[in-house]
Design a protein around this ligand. Structure first.
Ligand code: ADP
Ligand code: MG
Length: 230
């Protein structure tokens, strides 16, 4: 029982912390975006530069939505995220190219194989956030030169996404600890990524399963209810 109390106190602390951090991030983001919007309309910049401003604004919008989502974990129902039909292929390709350059820095690679017609119904930003977290973890667990494989396919009204790495792997006990706030074996880890992922997946009636072997690698299997008609 004491353990349960401690656990819920720790969760409370996470909630307060995330709300505070999210709040502090939002204001500077709004300021920077304001300036970028001004630059974007400034005829002194050529079309190529202006399109880069548009990209920056877009990324800041993502930052803002992700922070809103943090706030909504801290204070449920404060922000209602809109669900939409999400094209899995589009998001996975976007994330793979986003993280691809980050991976390249340490000579790691991402390979994706997506079956056509995989669509799910949930908030697109949250879906992207789950995928980014899981692929980042896979890359961080991997050695230089390694490949992370991402696949998606339709299986019995469900979209199944697998993220496979041949990284450090985990013991059974380590797998059990996943999702616990602040559980991290990394020097610079937060141990919040999977807590947030589990939360999002659960909310949309998805599942997340880990198959891992120490020293061999890890496979994360995600499933989401597929939308009607694929
Ligand atoms: P963080 O990445 O900040 O450490 P996460 O919640 O994302 O926090 O992950 C928690 C811990 O789970 C990691 O520190 C790592 O020890 C373990 N982990 C997660 N994914 C993998 C993976 N693919 N391979 C090996 N260990 C993993
Ligand atoms: Mg992580």
């Amino acid at each position: 029982y004491l353990e349960q109390v401690q656990q819920s106190e720790r969760l409370q602390m996470v909630a307060h912390l995330t709300a505070a951090v999210a709040h502090e991030i939002r204001n500077p983001v709004t300021v920077v975006r304001g300036f970028l919007q001004l630059y974007q309309q400034n005829p002194a910049f050529d079309a190529a530069d202006r399109s880069k401003f548009a990209l920056m604004i877009d990324e800041l919008n993502t930052v803002e939505q992700v922070t809103s989502q943090f706030l909504s974990i801290a204070k449920p129902n404060r922000e209602i995220l809109v669900d939409e039909k999400v094209h899995v292929q589009e998001v996975l390709e976007g994330v793979a190219s986003l993280l691809g350059s980050y991976a390249m820095l340490s000579n790691k690679h991402i390979d994706i194989e997506i079956e056509e017609g995989c669509t799910i119904f949930m908030n697109a930003v949250e879906f992207k956030q789950v995928i980014i977290n899981l692929i980042k973890n896979a890359l961080e667990a991997s050695d230089t030169g390694a490949m992370v494989h991402v696949t998606a396919r339709l299986v019995k009204q469900k979209v199944e996404i697998k993220i496979v790495d041949q990284g450090c792997g985990m013991t059974e006990e380590e797998v059990k600890a996943l999702g616990t706030p602040f559980y991290s074996l990394k020097t610079n880890g937060t141990g919040l990524g999977l807590m947030i992922c589990f939360n999002i997946v659960e909310k949309v009636n998805g599942t997340i399963k880990y198959v891992s072997e120490k020293g061999v690698g890890t496979t994360v299997i995600l499933t989401f209810p597929a939308t009607d008609g694929g």
